[in-house]
Design a protein around this ligand. Structure first.
Ligand code: ZN
Length: 65
């Protein structure tokens, strides 16, 4: 059983609205981190939760909310 599991999630930047791709570490059940947008380079606050079935839910908000 591997503990290393990255899930690719597609979402949109809260600043510029461009589609972005995130790699979520599914071995962590709940996490929040900051990642710069690949397009406009502004910091997005990303909250990722993994349920018991391994489904990932991701929320993205801007850093100034
Ligand atoms: Zn952006």
């Amino acid at each position: 059983m591997s503990h290393f599991s990255l899930e690719s999630v597609h979402n949109y930047c809260p600043y510029c609205g461009e589609p972005i791709e995130l790699l979520i570490d599914c071995s962590v059940h709940a996490q929040e981190y900051v990642e710069d947008c690949q397009v406009c380079c502004r910091p997005m606050v990303i909250t990722a939760e993994v349920d018991n079935e391994g489904d990932v839910s991701v929320r993205i908000r801007s850093d100034d909310e």
